[in-house]
Design a protein around this ligand. Sequence first.
Ligand SMILES: *Cc1c(COP(=O)(O)O)cnc(C)c1O
Length: 548
Amino acid sequence: MATAYQDLVTQLRTAFPAPVSDRVHDAYFVFSFLRALDQVDALKSAAPMLGTPVELDYAAARLKTMADDPTTLESVTAELVQYLSGMFIWGHPRAQINVVPSPTIPSIIGGLLPSIYNPNLVSEESSRQVSLAEVEAIAMTAALVGYDPARADGVFTFGGTGTLLYGAKIGLEKAMPDVRRKGLRAPAVIVCSDRAHYACLTVANWLGLGEENVIAIPTTDDNQMRVELLAPRLREVMADGRRIACIVATMGTTDAFGLDDLEAIVRVRDEIVQECGLDYVPHVHADAVIGWAWSVFNDYDFEANPLGFRHRTVRALAGTARRIRHLGLADSLGIDYHKTGFTPYISSAVLLKDGHDFARLTRRDEETPYIFQSGTRHPGKYTLETTRAGSGPLAAIANLRLFGKRGLQALLGHLVTMAEALRDHLDGHASTTVMNGDNFGPVTLFRVYPDGVDTFSVPQQERTDPAYRETLLQHNAYNRRIFELIQADALQGRGVVLSLTDCYRKTDYGEPINALKSYILSPFSDDQHVNAVLESIWKARRDLSAES
Ligand SMILES: *Cc1c(COP(=O)(O)O)cnc(C)c1O
């Protein structure tokens, strides 16, 4: 007679994949997954959303408790599927919300396989060939961005913020050797543009530098660092007795796709080292989590245009390539395959131009007695994390292999073509103005104005003339209302889902300027979906004038 506990174990065993080949049980595993996918499919409609909009009831969520008894795999799966109801479908061409891609099928499989076998990238002991996959993904990307793959190295980490944390941490070790053991002995700064991601603040906070030691250099109207202000700021910082932990070049800003002049930033850094006789070389990290993918155009012949892009697209791609082709000058790079590389979360890597820089982070052997007993590659000796999943590298490799350079050129070129078509319409209309017209990515920031506003002069006046403060604030409110109306329709499955940024940049007199945002990342986008954006805008404008 089996005891009660033995019965339960027997029952629960069916919920694990069989450790040895068992066709019947394997079929059950696969079929369970197919049934889940079927249930998800039943949530689809023409709308860019799974299921229906759901009010989020956190009070009820807080009352949940663990049940006394086990439940079946089937009912758990059905419950899990329900959590997706109300989710936007990022891959839907009428979802243009943010830099969130829809993953490709191979990259989903790349994410899934490790979740069955749990390779742990802490060491090759626990990840075997998946450790090779990480090295391969890093090598492929290093070659793509213009690093010497023989010298470069890198690791996957917990997102774009993680990549920046590595850059700044290594930079801090260079600026203040052995800070890892002795702690901070002097203030140190992170220097970036005022359009850099707030991850710079996060990193300054978590490294103990302090958010006040993030130096934000003003930007031009096309959202790139004003490099002529960099050298004077660096001199000031050093005159204050502060050290430079890291200079961050943002290669693709989050809202506007602004691109810093990395080549000029590196030149300024080198001149400062000479001029001030520094005993360290301030580290330059390129936050290329968005822009890296455009490296596929480094060797594109824009004159011959073999892929046959429209003129406007060629101009936009070339405008990006002239900045991105210098990525190889950065001491470290942040790459998000899960943004412009179409993989599932999380797939992010930090790349170092000189892999030896990891030595600055390496733990002493006696600190890690549990692991690293055999083999040669043990990233866990210097990574922040201990356990790291294999899904990031396998998903990245899946897409690098699937697309090839030509495929990614075609895909990005198509998205930029769609964004340019949208801009063409918005530029041609009296009541809309594109705010990031000199940035050349898949994201369009624009403002909508009420009837009777002269959009040839007003946007410029709002940005520069303090006398227009009230007008600016009224138009901020107007754009927020337009956004809310479009959003309300979208939640009902009508029109297009866009987003709003509260501050795409500040006016010269310090007020935030908001903007509507269309981020076109769906490979299924076409001219009709560009028109759908315009229709959503006109409808919201009509509704708004009917309200007042
Ligand atoms: C998204 C983003 C980050 C943060 O990356 P996550 O992968 O979301 O952690 C950092 N920098 C820039 C420029 C970004 O757009």
